[in-house]
Design a binder for this molecule. Structure first.
Ligand SMILES: *Cc1c(COP(=O)(O)O)cnc(C)c1O
Length: 373
């Protein structure tokens, strides 16, 4: 029984009839680009968030990129974010010609250290891009206050935080706009690529609709401002509509797996040096990833291979240390907490349809490995 960090096949077998019906519906609709399925998903995803606008796009990276453009971020501007994120966060900032400026993170939850943001604000700072990493939110109360004081825009990277809440508010409703990814592994995942931006700002909505459609108002065939082709695919949109009705159930299933890990491993933490994920006060975690820490991370991962368990690290290299971003000129050691965490974190298998016997096998194998280190 090979165990991987993520697997969708059990879920596919459960939902197969509904998913194939979604595909059939689009194929029979006579309209393969945008159309009713994309409109419907946009309405329903906006309504889930209690927001007025949702714009479907082709993936999460372009959701961030187009949202930044629609917010007026471009060459010469600086965008404050974190280095312990999926590289696409920073690629999107780069793609609009802006400069990514990094702040370090909190040791406990690996999230943006909001107190550090003020230290790196310059006259060129245009926006802050908090990443709700692993499934819980950055401190948006403090960040919102800071952004208001300094006249900065906030774009939330919600690629890992569908359905996460902070003091009752949903991720994606606490800034000027929010970018989502529906990459298959995400909490709301498509059967291929997809993304969306959610906003309450009518101007951002209008601008984004043009940017994803060559820069045209759809009916006129005239480019107003050169844009892109970044539409959400109709088949993925219809699949996402079906899965959105089950989003809260997926989240509950993820939380059940997290509880089981905590029950199965909680008694050996002091003796073994393992650290489980901590949920920051006010946050409701959706466990996109179940990220644990240990100083001997690499040995643990290596030994678990003998049990046919393959784990991953999200993420082993902070973005500022990557060859492709050396030109941002962040020396090694410049973000000490981020860099230390990158050497210790690893992810346990986590997906809503994960069978109980696999959860037990992961717990048992990890206990054996840790107790014989
Ligand atoms: C997945 C992810 C993205 C990019 O989304 P894609 O759909 O893969 O382009 C951006 N930011 C974060 C934090 C992510 O996890």
């Amino acid at each position: 029984m090979a165990i991987r960090v993520w697997d969708y096949l059990a879920e596919y077998h459960q939902e197969r009839a509904d998913l194939l019906d979604a595909i059939e519906k689009v194929f029979r609709s006579g309209n393969l680009i945008l159309g009713e399925s994309v409109d419907g998903f946009e309405d329903e995803f906006a309504a889930y968030h209690g927001m007025s606008h949702c714009i479907g796009v082709d993936n999460g990276t372009n959701a961030i990129k187009l949202a930044l453009q629609a917010m007026g971020v471009g060459p010469g501007d600086e965008v404050i974010t974190v280095s312990n994120t999926a590289a696409p966060t920073v690629l999107a900032i780069d793609a609009v010609g802006a400069r990514a400026v990094f702040v370090d993170v909190h040791e406990q939850d690996c999230l943006m250290h909001v107190d550090r943001v003020a230290e790196v604000i310059t006259p060129r700072t245009k926006a802050v891009l908090p990443v709700h990493l692993y499934g819980q939110c950055v401190d948006m109360t403090a960040l919102g206050r800071l952004a208001a004081d300094h006249g900065l825009l906030i774009l939330e990277d919600c690629a890992q935080a569908h359905g996460a809440r902070q003091h009752g508010r949903l991720a994606g409703t606490m800034g000027d706009a929010a970018a989502f990814s529906f990459y298959p592994t995400k909490v709301l995942g498509a059967y291929g690529d997809g993304g969306a931006v959610v906003t309450a700002d009518e101007a951002i909505d209008g601008s984004l609709r043009r940017l994803r459609y060559y820069g045209m108002e759809k009916v006129y065939y005239v480019v107003e401002t050169p844009g892109h082709n970044c539409r959400l695919d109709a088949v993925q949109a219809e699949i996402l509509r079906r899965k959105l009705t089950r989003l809260d159930a997926y989240i509950e299933a993820r939380r059940a797996v997290a509880r089981r890990y905590a029950e199965g491993l909680g008694d050996i933490l002091d003796a073994t040096g393992l650290t489980l994920p901590s949920v920051t006060a006010g946050n409701e975690h959706v466990y996109y990833l179940y990220v644990v820490r240990h100083p001997q991370r690499d040995t643990i991962i290596e030994r678990l291979r003998a049990y046919d368990i393959t784990l991953t690290i999200s993420y082993p290299w902070p973005v500022h240390t990557m060859t492709g971003f050396r030109r941002l000129r962040y020396a090694d050691g410049s973000l000490p907490v981020t860099e230390r965490l990158a050497g210790e974190i690893f992810s346990l298998p986590m997906y809503p349809s994960m069978p109980r016997d696999r959860q037990d096998k992961v717990i048992g194998a990890l206990r054996e490995v840790l107790e014989t280190l």
